[in-house]
Write a protein that binds this ligand. Structure first.
Ligand code: HEM
Length: 521
């Protein structure tokens, strides 16, 4: 009886404990640099093989915040199939970002690489990365951005008009995704899609991205298999567009978008981009170009709804520059002069950075924060945790665009205290494009509508795979001067007659997107 009890209960527990102990010790024995007397950072390697991946997926943003609170700025863990060291704080993050190609190199987790492909900028390394980056950066210079402004403005205007004309609350998060996808599709890859196609494609992208944070195990129903399923569906959908684009470029065409620029540069240099590289680039541009920006756009709408005083200050700035009238086209230079709008966007990006962190792999063993990072381990720099732990920002939890005024701005000091777009040789290439889009959205919204959350408080936020409101952010929009379809709005915004010199504000919900966008081929 005793023997049976031992076999059934005690032995499995002992075996589990032993394997857990061995799993934890394995990395200390096999990976640490014996030439270094620095210890590994504190932290847990979790369960054998799966490590702490399940905790990461379940806990989302709390995963890193709670461990940083417990262990400090540097901790070790095992996630997404690799031993990982996670760091926060300006000094540590600076070391990682500027250590590219010396102490670290970019290495996204295996599931990301398998699903997103490796023929793109983010997954490339060394000289290949440098050359690709040089080409793509040209498509985001001042002249290029200037060309994109009217296209962006038209798409944003059309979206805002739809929201304002909606008879019921609009769930902002999915709508912002569709809006940002339209912009990315038109400006970045020059594809033209109907409303149904946009909805279908954002559905495919959402589901592909949802599965990126999973173990690199290809089993039926696993995250990797699901991610690949959606990626294949996206590729199928894109095939015709890519084929048409290739023929167009071969015949000397240039539709003015980022993809055309990349394909034309390759052609001029006598290089041949493989079909896989083009597909991976399209997916990268659409994925990076719309996921992050729509997260920030949703946060912008949320914070402004909660702070009518900020909306009022935006309107005052627009009025001062003679830009308060709806339908007024704007130039890049005019957008640049809107300093308060710039501060609002910067504060959204500080308070709600869409991405939690960036991945690297240690090229050699090195020191960080007094601990050892063993060669080959993954290194993950924290963005949100760095912002929240920074000593530079007073009351970092407050949304306060005035913290960025010229008199009080700590901008030079805050260089690595604010890392929404990363930094160093791998800083985001779409940074100015994203900021421009957010500024234009802020203008379009504030000069056209009033809006309020259906719940008068900030919603709970989710942090994986990207920052978004748990309830999707239901919002009641009302055209300025028009009748509220929902509750009486409390935003202290100007009245319609003051805005339009007594004329009615047109609600052009039937504007045809396809008709108005000319960049697509
Ligand atoms: C608010 C919007 C955005 C945020 C918060 C954001 C954030 C970031 C961050 C943090 C990185 C660095 C990752 C690392 O260190 O490994 C990055 C890289 C990148 N971003 Fe963005 N991004 C945004 C918008 C965009 C847009 C609109 C594009 C459009 C093309 C884009 C394309 C890329 C690419 C291609 C990289 C890889 C750069 C490289 O490896 O050299 N991003 N982004």
């Amino acid at each position: 009886m005793l023997v049976e009890l031992l076999t059934v209960l005690v032995l499995p527990c002992v075996a589990l404990l032993l394997s857990w102990k061995l799993w934890t010790q394995y990395y200390t024995w096999s990976d640490t640099d014996t030439g270094s007397d620095l210890p590994l950072p504190p932290g847990s390697m979790g369960l054998p093989f799966i490590g702490e991946t399940l905790s990461l997926v379940w806990q989302g943003g709390k995963f890193s915040t709670s461990r940083h609170a417990h262990y400090g700025d540097v901790f070790k863990t095992h996630i997404l199939g690799r031993p990982t060291i996670r760091v926060r704080g300006a000094t540590n993050v600076r070391k990682i970002l500027l250590g590219e190609n010396h102490i670290v190199t970019s290495l996204w987790p295996q599931t990301f690489r398998t699903v997103l492909g490796t023929g793109n900028l983010a997954m490339s390394n060394g000289e290949e990365h440098r050359l690709r980056r040089k080409v793509i950066m040209k498509a985001f210079n001042y002249e290029a951005l200037e060309r994109y402004v009217p296209i962006m403005q038209e798409i944003l205007r059309e979206s805002v008009l739809r929201w304002c004309g909606a008879p019921q609350p609009v769930t902002v998060w999915p709508m912002a995704r569709e809006m940002a996808f339209r912009v990315a599709s038109a400006v970045l890859v020059g594809f033209q899609h109907s409303d149904e196609e946009i909805q279908h494609l954002t559905f495919l992208f959402t589901n592909m991205v949802k599965n990126l944070f999973s173990l690199p195990v290809k089993l039926p129903g696993s995250g990797l298999s699901n991610g690949l399923f959606y990626r294949e569906a996206i590729d199928k959908w894109m095939m015709n567009h890519i084929q048409r684009k290739k023929e167009f470029v071969m015949q000397g065409g240039d539709s003015g978008d980022v993809l055309s620029h990349i394909m034309n540069t390759a052609k001029d240099n006598g290089e041949k981009l493989s079909d896989q590289e083009i597909q991976d680039t399209v997916v990268e541009l659409l994925f990076a170009g719309h996921e992050t920006t729509s997260s920030a756009a949703t946060s912008l709408i949320m914070h402004l709804a909660l702070q009518p005083r900020v909306v009022q200050k935006v309107q005052e700035e627009l009025e001062k520059h003679g830009l308060l009238q709806p339908d007024q086209p704007m130039s890049l230079e005019q957008v640049g002069r809107l300093t308060y709008v710039g501060q609002v966007v910067k504060e959204v990006l500080r308070r709600r950075p869409p991405i939690g962190g960036g991945y690297r792999r240690a090229l050699k063993s090195f020191e960080i924060g007094g601990f050892q990072v063993p060669e080959g381990w993954a290194v993950l720099y924290s963005i949100r945790d760095t912002h929240e732990a920074s000593q530079i920002f007073s009351s970092p939890e407050l949304f306060d665009p005035d913290r960025w005024t010229a008199e009080t701005s700590q901008a030079p000091l805050a260089r690595y205290d604010m890392v929404t777009f990363g930094g160093g040789p791998r800083a985001c290439v779409g940074k100015e494009f994203a900021k421009l889009q957010l500024k234009l959205l802020c203008v379009e919204l504030t000069r056209r509508c009033r809006w309020k959350l259906t719940e008068d408080k900030a919603p709970d936020m989710k942090f994986l795979p990207i920052v978004y409101p748990a309830d999707g952010l239901p919002v009641i929009f009302t055209p300025i001067g028009g009748k509220s379809h929902g509750d009486k709005n409390k935003n202290g915004v100007l009245h319609e007659k003051e805005r339009t010199n007594g004329k009615d504000s047109p609600v052009l919900c039937s504007v045809s997107f396809e008709k108005d966008i000319n960049v697509a081929i």
